[in-house]
Ligand binder design. Structure first.
Ligand SMILES: NC(=O)C1=CN([C@@H]2O[C@H](COP(=O)(O)OP(=O)(O)OC[C@H]3O[C@@H](n4cnc5c(N)ncnc54)[C@H](OP(=O)(O)O)[C@@H]3O)[C@@H](O)[C@H]2O)C=CC1
Ligand SMILES: O=C(O)C1=N[C@H](C(=O)O)C[C@H](O)C1
Length: 273
């Protein structure tokens, strides 16, 4: 681990869509450097140079399958992989006492509890969306939900993503749902409607509905619709480039460096809490 100077960051899932975007982002952001790149055992990308794979030329960081030696000499980990992998990496980050930025979505309550336990020793920033725009949108959604009574305005959240996405609703949709629920002072888990099919009956007052679209190469689109009688407010965000998430993740790592262990959100990083 380096005491001063650039923050050494290991990218886990370095060959993935976000992994490659993260390698490119770190390369351009002052104060950060790529300290390692990890993929799973058996990956066809093992041994390849992470920079060359990401399209920025050779950076002399080969992709390896053992995270422990990589974490031992790093200051932080950027992790956009899969829920079980992120739980495992959180344990290793706790052992190494380093920063762990988690963008992985689709975590279960049990996964989240294990990540929270790891945050006793690691400084973890976890968010379903690392962009400035979505986190500001969440603040606006909370305000709108608080201002508009549930008797008068129904809240529905619509999202669309590329055809390769494996979890639904998206982490962002759930983050926006949590913001709406906070504004309404209700628990999202007791009031969300995540699927509708067949004879559903009329809409329950106060419910927060989710609708999911998947197709093509859409990076990420989210709308929160507050539907009243005779009028409708729509608060939206369109992600045009994964670089917005990667820049947010690097910003989170730099912010977390030197902070005491704990579980933080992007709202903390961006000063929007
Ligand atoms: N919070 C945010 O702002 C954002 C979050 N995301 C989330 O990030 C995650 C990844 O998305 P995306 O990049 O599109 O997905 P990809 O499938 O393209 O990338 C994931 C990478 O992680 C690798 N991986 C999985 N398990 C392990 C493991 N145990 N050890 C090492 N590497 C592993 C995968 O390898 P393999 O293919 O072999 O499984 C793959 O290369 C998703 O949960 C997505 O929702 C995405 C964008 C923004
Ligand atoms: O899988 C993706 O691509 C994305 N996942 C995140 C989510 O689940 O909300 C963030 C972003 O929308 C892209």
């Amino acid at each position: 681990m380096s005491e001063a100077g650039d923050m050494g960051l290991v990218v886990v899932g370095a060959a993935g869509r976000m992994g490659q975007t993260l390698i490119r982002a770190i390369h351009t952001i002052p104060g950060a450097r790529v300290a390692g790149a990890v993929e799973r055992a058996g990956s066809p990308y093992l041994g390849k140079d992470a920079g060359e794979l990401a399209g920025i030329g050779i950076i002399n960081v080969p992709i390896v399958d053992d995270p422990l030696p990589a974490f031992a000499k790093a200051d932080g980990v950027l992790d956009f992989t899969a829920p079980k992998a992120s739980v495992e990496f959180a344990g290793y980050a706790a052992q190494a006492r380093i920063v762990h930025v988690i963008g992985t979505t689709g975590c279960s309550a049990d996964d989240d509890a294990k990540i929270a336990a790891a945050a006793r020793h690691a400084t973890i920033v976890k968010s379903g969306n690392m962009s400035l725009g979505v986190n500001l949108l969440a603040v606006l959604v909370e305000q709108a939900a608080r201002a508009l009574d549930s008797e008068d305005f129904d809240i529905e959240i619509l999202e669309m993503h590329h055809k390769h996405k494996v979890d639904a609703p998206s982490g962002t949709a759930l983050l926006l749902g949590e913001a709406a629920a906070k504004g309404r002072e209700i628990a999202l888990e007791d009031n969300s409607v995540r699927v509708r099919d067949g004879h559903t009956g009329v809409r329950k007052t106060g419910a927060i509905g989710f609708a999911t679209l998947r197709g093509g190469s859409v990076v990420g689109e989210h709308s929160v619709i507050l539907a009243g009688t005779g009028e409708r407010i729509t608060l939206s965000h369109q992600a045009e480039d994964r670089a917005i998430f990667a820049r947010g993740a690097v910003k989170a790592a730099l912010w977390a460096r030197g902070k005491k262990p704990g579980l933080y959100s992007m709202r903390d990083v961006l000063g929007l809490s």
